[in-house]
Design a protein around this ligand. Structure first.
Ligand code: SAM
Length: 288
């Protein structure tokens, strides 16, 4: 994240030429448009839907340049913004975010929040499905009983690009989950370490969420695989007969309709069919 923070800060300080590249392990290389990190907080539909759902005291995890925190602050909400990058935290403070903590969410402790906001596909920081499990468990400490987690990620399988499909086939072949993507940053002759970033598809998120007592609703899906999910704490005890992944919708609270898909109940609210994409950091590479 060091090179990302450096590029972000230099861009913020006025270096409009600052150019950060992301290089995937298969050699695909793409420029990361730094101005996306400074987009309007409601430019992207998923951000808009997520912000509208925020309530109470909010923890903005991986807050970046603070765009969402600033929006919520202006709405009068109490926001705590955390980011592991010291440069991102510097930018947030200079832009007026009131409460900023430079911290890795894996070891951040605070009183539980009403809403945890994880936008810009920041959930990728968990790296792989085991990391997702650890994080889903840990989130119970950060969110209070009536609280919610709003996060967005990407179903990388929603592509017809043969280069990406070949990469996905190789990922599976290597025994990894298809959404585990390995890449590094390159900035001004410097190469960062290889990172693993997780893109989790909705069904997998629902399954892992349920295993950790989260009720997962998909609030918005876009046709490029980008989606927004809301996690709330399961209130019912697990049924004695094994519970597992499939549960009767009659047992569930009624935020929306559940429909079985690949053996997993998906709860779709707002839209039943994907809507056209409205924004992401990359056009070609499914990164960030
Ligand atoms: C893709 S950016 C998204 C920023 C912002 N949420 C947005 O939507 O524009 C991911 C951010 O998460 C931060 N980050 C990555 N890993 C983190 C961790 N373990 N704890 C806290 N922040 C983290 C990065 O420094 C970066 O600012």
């Amino acid at each position: 994240m060091e090179l990302y923070g450096q590029a972000l800060l230099e861009f913020f300080n006025g270096d409009a030429e600052a150019t950060l590249f992301v290089c995937r392990e298969d050699g695909v290389r793409e420029r990361l448009p730094l101005n996306s990190a400074f987009r309007g907080s409601t430019d992207w539909a998923i951000d808009r839907v997520a912000l509208a759902k925020c309530c109470g005291r909010v923890l903005d995890i991986g807050a970046g340049t603070g765009l969402h925190s600033l929006h919520l602050q202006e709405r009068g909400l109490s926001v705590c913004a955390i980011d592991v990058s010291s440069q991102a935290c510097d930018i947030m403070r200079r832009r007026g975010v009131c409460e900023v903590h430079c911290a890795d969410v894996a070891c951040f402790d605070a009183e539980p929040f009403d809403t945890a906001l994880i936008l810009g596909r920041t959930i990728g920081m968990v790296e792989d499905l085991s990391g997702l499990d650890r994080f889903l468990k840990r989130l119970h400490n950060l969110v209070n009983d009536g609280g919610q987690v709003l996060l967005n990620s990407l179903d990388v399988r929603c592509t017809e690009n043969p280069v990406h499909l070949a990469y996905q086939a190789a990922t599976r072949e290597a025994g990894r989950y298809v959404g585990e993507v390995k890449w590094r940053f390159e900035y001004k002759e410097q190469r960062g370490p290889m990172l693993t970033w997780l893109y989790v598809d909705p069904e997998t998120l629902i399954r892992h969420g349920q295993e950790h007592s989260w009720c997962v609703e998909i609030l918005q899906q876009e046709d490029d695989g980008n989606y927004l999910a809301r996690l709330t704490k399961e209130k019912e005890p697990q049924p004695a007969d094994g519970g597992g992944l499939r549960r009767s919708s009659a047992n569930r609270s009624n935020h929306g309709r559940c429909r079985p898909r690949n053996g997993v109940e998906m709860r779709i609210t707002h839209t039943q069919t994907p809507v056209p994409r409205t924004g992401s950091f990359f056009d070609v590479l499914p990164l960030w």
